[in-house]
Design a protein around this ligand. Structure first.
Ligand SMILES: [Zn+2]
Length: 132
């Protein structure tokens, strides 16, 4: 394993390199299921964009920050994690998103602020769907 500088405990899992970035439609759009028509740029679209942006941040800093490294690993393992909840993949997504958001505390700037808000709103809507 080749670690350039700084953080020495970089963890890797799942897909690596160019194919590891999250699919743009990784998170399910919940508009219809919440009784709304899908709208252009709904929070679910924004949450998917936020995952892509967070992944870019995490991949750039994984050797310098344990938070960034953990965030990257959780995003890379997103689809794998669904296999543990085959009858309720949205519940698996909630868990994974909570880990991801918890590790985004040092992601800063406007893009980060909007992205974290979108992910938190997605978690809230998903929790309503799964637990109510
Ligand atoms: Zn939606």
């Amino acid at each position: 394993m080749n670690v350039p500088t700084g953080y020495d405990y970089v963890v890797s899992i799942g897909r690596q390199g160019d194919t590891a970035a999250p699919r743009g439609d990784l998170l399910e759009c919940l508009c219809l299921e919440n009784g709304n028509l899908p709208i252009f740029e709904c929070v679910h679209t924004k949450a998917n964009q936020a995952l892509s942006n967070a992944y870019r941040w995490a991949a750039a800093r994984e050797h310098k920050s344990s938070y960034a490294n953990a965030c990257k690993v959780y995003i890379e393992a997103f689809e794998l994690n669904r296999e543990y909840e085959p009858t309720n993949p949205l519940r698996a997504d909630i868990t994974q998103l909570l880990y991801i958001v918890a590790n985004l505390q040092y992601w800063r700037g406007d893009e980060a602020k909007e992205g974290k808000a979108a992910l938190k709103q997605y978690i809230q809507e998903a929790q309503i769907k799964v637990y109510n």
